[in-house]
Design a protein around this ligand. Structure first.
Ligand SMILES: *Cc1c(COP(=O)(O)O)cnc(C)c1O
Length: 346
């Protein structure tokens, strides 16, 4: 079902459409050929992102997947190892890209709701040696998508960094929704930035830009990242039109993420009283609501919701995922809650 037929589309925060203000900023963008390094709007976005996270440089890339994969290639040589939690986006939804593009081996550890146990991770790492595959990087995800939008506490990241850095193991942060984490926990983005060697940040999720992500790292690494991006086919020409949407999003769509979090909590509270489903409002930290449907197929419930004008995501055989975002207002959230309750009462 196309989104045009949906009154409330909570399948993902990627479904947002650029607002009139964002479109105006895009139309007015000053542009140049960014493969020649001549697009002033892309340069401005990259400088802003680097400053926000307290790093030297940043690189504008077409997608979060490319941002993650460039970062992993920067940190892990072929034949060596990336370690991450078993539900991480980099090993769940990127189609084996680390193996295909970079010859990287991945090994995964369990992490309830995507929050890693620093002691467990430290014990899991393997040293360099004649027989062993050396662990070169750990990846964390902020917020954690399959963890239900959970925020990894800054103290956990600090403990993880303290255990991994002395071993020479780098830290990558898949920060697709890192601004959700920053707003929800009242943490400055640069505090997260200080703990990671590389970060990827999505502009096309809750921030509402149509396209684009950023890789944030040291100047040396971003120089190399520019080459890797071109090799992966991600060099873009007058990309300032897209970067302008990103700049606009950083100006106008960060603080308002708190509204998405409030609506997600309200939706979870509304659903908590509905028979036939399980949801824990206390676990809703940001803009994702996970709903379990014991004994009912999630795809059937999702199809019934779609037929009534509500888009919900299927996150497992008996699990739905509902995501609030820029294009979901109070009325849409109320309608989604009532509709899901109706469908389950049938
Ligand atoms: C969406 C997402 C990405 C990147 O997705 P793209 O669709 O490639 O932009 C990466 N990590 C997480 C956790 C995500 O949710």
């Amino acid at each position: 079902m196309g989104s045009a037929a949906l009154r409330a589309d909570l399948r993902s925060d990627t479904v947002t459409r650029p607002t009139p203000g964002m479109r105006a900023a895009m139309a007015a963008a000053e542009v140049g050929d960014d493969v020649y390094g001549e697009d002033p709007t892309v340069a401005r976005l990259e400088e802003r992102a680097a400053a926000l996270f307290g790093h030297e440089a940043a690189l504008f890339v077409p997608s979060g997947t490319m941002g993650n994969q460039i970062s992993l290639q920067l940190l892990v040589p072929a034949g060596e190892e990336l370690v991450c939690d078993s539900e991480a986006h980099v090993v769940s939804y990127e189609l084996g890209a680390a193996a295909v593009h970079s010859g990287i081996q991945t090994r995964t550890f369990p992490a309830p709701r995507g929050v890693p146990d620093p002691e467990l991770v430290a014990a899991f790492l393997r040293p360099e040696g004649y027989h062993t595959v050396a662990s070169r990087a750990v990846a964390v995800e902020q917020t954690h998508n399959r963890g239900g939008g959970s925020v990894i506490p800054l103290a956990v990241l600090q403990a993880l960094r303290a255990r991994t850095a002395p071993l020479g193991v780098a830290l990558h942060c898949d920060g697709a929704r890192i601004f959700n984490a920053a707003v929800a926990s009242g943490t400055e983005p640069r505090a997260y930035g200080a703990l990671a060697d590389t970060l990827s940040v999505c502009l096309s999720k809750g921030l509402g830009a149509p396209v684009g992500s950023l890789v944030v790292a040291s100047a040396d690494r971003i120089e190399r990242a520019r080459v890797i991006r071109k090799r992966m086919g991600g060099g873009m020409r007058q990309a300032g039109i897209l970067a302008a949407a990103g700049c606009y999003a950083l100006d106008h769509h960060v603080a308002r993420l708190a509204e998405d979090h409030e609506r997600a909590r309200r939706l979870a509270t509304r659903l908590a009283g509905v028979a036939g489903l399980e949801v824990d409002p206390a676990q809703v930290e940001t803009n994702i609501v996970v709903v379990d449907l014991p004994g009912r197929p999630a795809d059937g419930v999702a199809a019934a919701c779609a037929a009534r004008g509500v888009g919900v995501g299927v996150a497992g055989a008996h699990r739905l995922r509902l995501v609030t975002h820029l294009d979901v207002d109070d009325a849409a959230v109320a309608f989604a809650g009532d509709t899901l309750a109706e469908v389950l009462a049938d």
